[in-house]
Write a protein that binds this ligand. Structure first.
Ligand code: C2E
Ligand code: MG
Ligand code: MG
Length: 684
C-alpha cells in the first residue's frame, strides 16, 4: 500500500484511512448480507461512485450493466473472499483501480485474520466443552478414576474416587497415593512399568479406616510429546465379589457339614506336604478312617442326628491332632488324616490309636447316647506311594483289611505294607507287654559305676533299666525305650525309675554309705515343668539328700523351647540335684549355647570313645570336648571305656571320670554295693 500513498491524492488517501477503519469495523461486527452490503457501500464511497457492491465467493462478477465497471478480486493467500464492483461514474482511471486494489487487499487481510481468529476461538471453545464433557463423564461413571504423577502424587480425583475412599478431591489431590494403601509396608511402585497395566487386585484403605478389595487398572498418562508423565488409575470396589469368591472357594474345598477340608483340598495339601517331605527326606503317612456303626445310627435315628454325630466326630478328630496335621472328610462316614511331621512310620499307629481312643466316650445327641468307633488303614510315603490319591487308595485297602482281621473293629489298625504290619504287631506286643511289666514288677535297675580317673574311686553310678521278661529273660532298654518314647509310655517308666533309684539310694544312705551320685536317665518327653516338683517330692518322701541324685538328659532335650527348658533346669538345680548332658557330641550344642544352661557334667558319647586311639577325628573330638568342658568349668566323663589305651588317652586329655566295661558292666544293686565296698577298701 506504500505506493498508493505516492499516487493517490491527499483527500482520497484520507478517505482511504476512513475506509480502513470502516472495513475493520464491518468485518468485526457484521456477518453475511449486512457485511457484504456495507463493504459495497465503503467501496462506492471510496471511489465516489453511485454504486458499489461486494459479491462474496469465488465468482468473477455480474454481467456488465450500463457504463463502465471497476472490479477487483478480494483474495487472501489461499482463498478468494469475493469481488468488489463499482459502477455509475463516467470513467475510471488507473488511480481508481489502484485505490480499489488497496481496499481489496485490506479487506482480504481483515477477512483472513478474522476467520483465523474465529476458527481458533471456536477450537478453544470446543476443547473447553470437550474437557467439561469428559470430567462430567468421569464424574458420572461409577468407577473411581484418579491420576498421579510419576512419583505417585495425586493430580486428579473424580467423584467416584470421592465416594469410594471418602476423601474429597481437595483432601486427596497433592497427597501421595501411598496414603490409600492398606498394608503399610507396601511401597509405591510404577506398576505400569512392571506389570504393563494389567488388572490387579489390591487392598486399599478408606478415610473411615475400612480396608477393602479393589480391582485396579493403570494406564500411562503422557504429554503431547508422548512422554510419560504419570498414571491414570481406575479402581472398583470388588469386596463383594471377593467374598463371593471366598465362599465359592470354601464350597469347592471344604465339607459344608463339618467344615473340614474335602477330598480335593486334602489331596492338594497332602501333595504339597509330600513335596516338602521329599526335600527333607522325611516320612509321611495317610490314614484312612471309616466309622463303625454310623450307617445304622443314620438309618434308624435319621439324618439330622447323623449329621450332628459327624460334626462332633470331626471336632474330636481335630482336637486330637496337632495343628500341622491335615484332617478331611472324604465322604459319608469316611475321614482321612495326613501326618508329615513324624520321624518313623510307626508313630502313625500311635496317632491312629489316639484317634480311636478319642471316639471312645459316647456322643450325647438329642437324648441319645451314641457310640461309634473307627477302623483305620495307613499308607506310608515314600514306601507305598508318592502322591495323595495313590496313598489314599492304599490306605483304604489297608482299612478294609484291618476291619476284617481284627476282632474289635474299633481298635483295628493296619498298614498297607505287610512288613510294616508285622513291625506294628511286634511293637504292639512289646507295648502291651511293657504296660504289663510296669504293673507286675518286671522292671529292675542295674547300676553301672563311674570311676574318677586318678583316684580310681567310684564316685557315682548310672541307673539303667532292665526288663526281666518271664519268657525272654533280660530285655535291654534299646528294645523298649524308643518304643516307650514314641507311645508316651516312657513317662510311666521314668516315674518308676526315679522312684526306684531314690528308694535304693535311701537304703544306702541309711546304711552309712558315703554319698555318691546316682544318675537317672530322663527322656525329652519327661522333661516337663512338673518334673522338678516330682523330683522334690520323691527326695522328700525318702528323706534323701539331693546330693545323691543326678539327672542325665540328652542334647535333644535342649533343642526344644529354650526358655522353658532353662526354667526347668534351674528349678532342678535349685534343689541341689546335679545335671549331666548324656551322649554329648552327637547333637548340635554350641559352646555359647551350653554356657547358658546350669549343667554340671558333660558325658562324651560312647561312639567317640570307641574310636580312641585309632581314629584321629574321634580323638580330636574327645580331646576338644574335654578342654571345652574345662573352660566352661564343667566336669567331663567318658562312657563306654573298654580298653586301657582309651583310658590312657582320656587321662592324658584331662578327662575327670570314666564309665565302661573296662571297669564294670551295669550291675544289680547288690553286686554294685559289693563292688562299692571292695573299691573303697582298695583305694583306702
Ligand atoms: P545311655 O544313657 O547312654 O547308657 C549307656 C549305655 O551304654 C548303657 O546301655 C550301658 O549298658 C552301655 N555301656 C556302658 N558301658 C559300656 C561299654 O563299655 N561298652 C558298651 N558297648 N556299652 C556300654 P543300656 O543299659 O542298654 O542303655 C541303653 C540306653 O537306654 C541308655 O543309653 C539310655 O539312653 C537308655 N536308658 C537306659 N535306662 C534308661 C532309663 O531308666 N530311662 C531312660 N529314659 N532311658 C534309659
Ligand atoms: Mg545315660
Ligand atoms: Mg550315653
Amino acid at each position: 500500500m506504500s505506493d498508493m500513498h505516492a499516487l493517490v491524492p491527499v483527500d482520497a488517501a484520507l478517505d482511504f484511512v476512513g475506509g480502513t477503519g470502516a472495513v475493520c469495523d464491518a468485518v468485526l461486527r457484521l456477518r453475511g448480507e449486512a457485511l457484504h452490503e456495507t463493504l459495497g457501500r465503503i467501496a462506492a464511497d471510496l471511489l465516489a461512485s453511485p454504486h458499489g457492491r461486494f459479491l462474496p465467493g469465488a465468482g468473477i462478477g455480474t454481467a456488465p450493466g450500463i457504463g463502465p465497471v471497476l472490479r477487483q478480486v478480494v483474495a487472501g493467500s489461499t482463498e478468494q473472499f469475493g469481488i468488489y464492483e463499482v459502477t455509475g461514474r463516467d470513467a475510471y482511471g488507473p488511480d481508481d483501480a489502484r485505490l480499489l486494489a488497496g481496499l481489496a487487499h485490506l479487506t482480504a487481510s481483515m477477512l483472513q485474520v478474522h476467520s483465523l481468529a474465529v476458527r481458533s476461538t471456536h477450537a478453544y471453545a470446543q476443547m473447553e466443552a470437550q474437557l467439561a464433557h469428559q470430567s462430567q463423564i468421569l464424574d458420572q461413571i461409577h468407577e473411581s478414576v484418579l491420576t498421579m504423577d510419576q512419583m505417585g502424587y495425586i493430580t486428579s480425583w473424580n467423584r467416584g474416587a470421592e465416594e469410594l475412599f471418602g476423601y474429597t478431591a481437595l483432601e486427596a489431590i497433592g497427597r501421595n497415593i501411598l496414603f490409600l494403601y492398606a498394608d503399610e509396608e507396601e511401597e509405591f511402585q510404577d506398576f505400569f512399568a512392571e506389570r504393563g497395566g494389567r488388572m490387579m487386585e489390591v487392598r486399599r484403605r478408606k478415610k473411615s479406616g475400612d480396608v477393602f478389595w479393589a480391582s485396579l487398572s493403570l494406564s500411562p498418562l503422557r504429554d503431547l510429546a508422548e512422554r510419560p508423565i504419570g498414571l491414570i488409575a481406575y479402581l472398583t470396589d470388588i469386596t463383594e465379589r471377593k467374598q463371593a469368591e471366598e465362599q465359592l472357594h470354601h464350597l469347592a474345598y471344604y465339607d459344608e457339614l463339618t467344615g473340614l477340608p474335602n477330598r480335593t483340598l486334602f489331596a492338594r495339601l497332602v501333595d504339597q506336604a509330600l513335596m516338602v517331605a521329599q526335600r527333607n527326606e522325611a516320612a509321611g503317612c495317610v490314614l484312612f478312617m471309616d466309622l463303625n456303626r454310623f450307617k445304622r445310627i443314620n438309618d434308624t435315628l435319621g439324618r439330622k442326628i447323623g449329621d450332628e454325630l459327624l460334626r462332633q466326630v470331626a471336632q474330636r478328630l481335630r482336637d486330637t491332632l496337632r495343628d500341622e496335621d491335615v484332617v478331611a472328610r472324604l465322604s459319608g462316614d469316611e475321614f482321612a488324616v495326613g501326618l508329615f511331621d513324624i520321624r518313623q512310620h510307626f508313630e502313625a499307629t500311635t496317632v491312629a490309636q489316639k484317634l480311636q481312643a478319642a471316639l471312645d466316650a459316647p456322643f450325647f445327641i438329642a437324648g441319645h447316647d451314641l457310640r461309634v468307633g473307627a477302623s483305620i488303614g495307613i499308607s506310608v510315603y515314600p514306601q507305598d506311594g508318592s502322591d495323595a490319591e495313590t496313598l489314599l487308595g492304599l490306605a483304604d485297602i489297608a482299612m478294609e483289611r484291618a476291619k476284617q482281621l481284627d476282632a474289635n473293629p474299633d481298635r483295628s489298625v493296619a498298614f498297607y505294607s505287610q512288613d510294616m504290619n508285622q513291625g506294628m504287631q511286634e511293637r504292639m506286643r512289646i507295648e502291651s507287654g511293657l504296660r504289663h511289666a510296669l504293673g507286675n514288677g518286671e522292671l529292675t535297675l542295674y547300676y553301672q559305676p563311674k570311676f574318677e580317673i586318678g583316684t580310681d574311686r567310684i564316685v557315682g553310678a548310672e541307673a539303667l533299666v532292665r526288663w526281666v521278661h518271664p519268657e525272654r529273660g533280660i530285655v535291654p532298654p534299646g528294645e523298649f525305650i524308643p518304643l516307650a518314647e514314641s507311645t508316651g509310655l516312657i513317662v510311666q517308666v521314668g516315674e518308676w525309675v526315679l522312684e526306684q533309684a531314690c528308694a535304693q539310694a535311701a537304703i544306702w544312705q541309711r546304711a552309712g554309705i558315703e554319698p555318691l551320685r546316682l544318675a537317672v536317665n530322663v527322656s525329652a518327653r519327661e522333661f516337663t515343668p512338673s518334673l522338678p516338683g516330682r523330683v522334690a517330692d520323691t527326695l522328700a518322701r525318702y528323706q534323701l539328700d539331693a546330693s545323691w541324685l543326678e539327672l542325665e538328659i540328652t542334647e535333644s532335650t535342649l533343642m526344644h523351647d529354650f526358655e522353658r527348658v532353662t526354667a526347668i533346669m534351674d528349678d532342678i538345680h535349685q534343689l541341689g540335684v546335679a545335671l549331666s548332658l548324656d551322649d554329648f557330641g552327637t547333637g548340635y550344642s554350641s559352646l555359647s549355647y551350653l554356657k547358658r544352661f546350669p549343667i554340671d557334667t558333660l558325658k562324651i558319647d560312647r561312639s567317640f570313645t570307641t574310636g580312641i586311639p585309632e581314629d584321629q577325628s574321634d580323638c580330636a573330638i574327645a580331646g576338644t570336648i574335654v578342654s571345652m568342658a574345662q573352660q566352661l568349668g564343667l566336669r567331663v566323663i567318658a562312657e563306654g571305656v573298654e580298653t586301657l589305651e582309651q583310658l590312657a588317652f582320656l587321662r592324658e586329655s584331662g578327662c575327670d571320670e570314666v564309665q565302661g566295661y573296662l571297669y564294670s558292666k551295669p550291675l544289680p544293686a547288690a553286686d554294685f554295693e559289693r563292688s562299692l565296698r571292695e573299691n573303697w577298701l582298695l583305694v583306702a
